[in-house]
Design a protein around this ligand. Structure first.
Ligand code: ADP
Length: 162
């Protein structure tokens, strides 16, 4: 059975991520979505909320997908899951630079891992979690970009007075 790790911040999960999961499952039998906390990418959304929203959004894939949180180094997380494959999505040239820098660094730490970079579907190529958070923070409707449980999450949050 071929297993792959799909790591990221998923802050929040978007239809771009869901698309990568769906297409990744054409290449691998089982996927572990590993939710880490990126210092660069607003770690304020609670990890447990990000995990719950990912689980709900990916429910339809059944037991082929597991969603877990992780701390620490990606390479250690991958090895602890008894695999050596890492899946990432590519949108733009900026992603390309970022991904290559990250994977080259990780290769220095652990040469045995292999990286699969899936180009985004054009429909979602401009979609990012950061933009979704911005729109949500300003009270906009994010439902075109994220699964229903995520837009509900932001709607409820917005309804709570400060
Ligand atoms: P990270 O902080 O690790 O970059 P993200 O949640 O932002 O975490 O992204 C996780 C992975 O999903 C990355 O490989 C990213 O390129 C990919 N990804 C994010 N948004 C999209 C999208 N719209 N289309 C395809 N891949 C995407």
């Amino acid at each position: 059975m071929k297993k792959v790790i799909y790591p990221g911040s998923f802050n929040p999960i978007t239809y771009g991520h869901v698309n990568i999961v769906e297409r990744g499952l054409e290449l691998f039998d089982h996927m572990v979505v590993g939710i880490g906390t990126s210092i660069d990418k607003d770690p304020n959304t609670y990890l447990k909320d990000r995990i719950r929203l990912c689980r709900e959004s990916l429910e339809s894939f059944g037991d082929r997908v597991n969603v877990v949180g992780f701390n620490g180094l990606l390479v250690d997380f991958v090895k602890s899951n008894d695999t050596r494959f890492v899946l990432r999505g590519l949108r733009t040239l900026t992603d390309y630079d970022y991904e290559f820098q990250m994977l080259e660094m990780n290769r220095q730490i652990e040469p045995s891992l292999e990286y699969v970079l899936l180009p985004t579907s054009q429909k979602w190529s401009h979609l990012s979690s950061t933009r979704v958070r911005e729109i949500a923070a300003l009270g906009g409707d994010v439902s075109p970009f994220v699964p229903p449980c995520v837009s509900e999450y932001y709607r409820d949050k917005h309804a709570i007075p400060d």
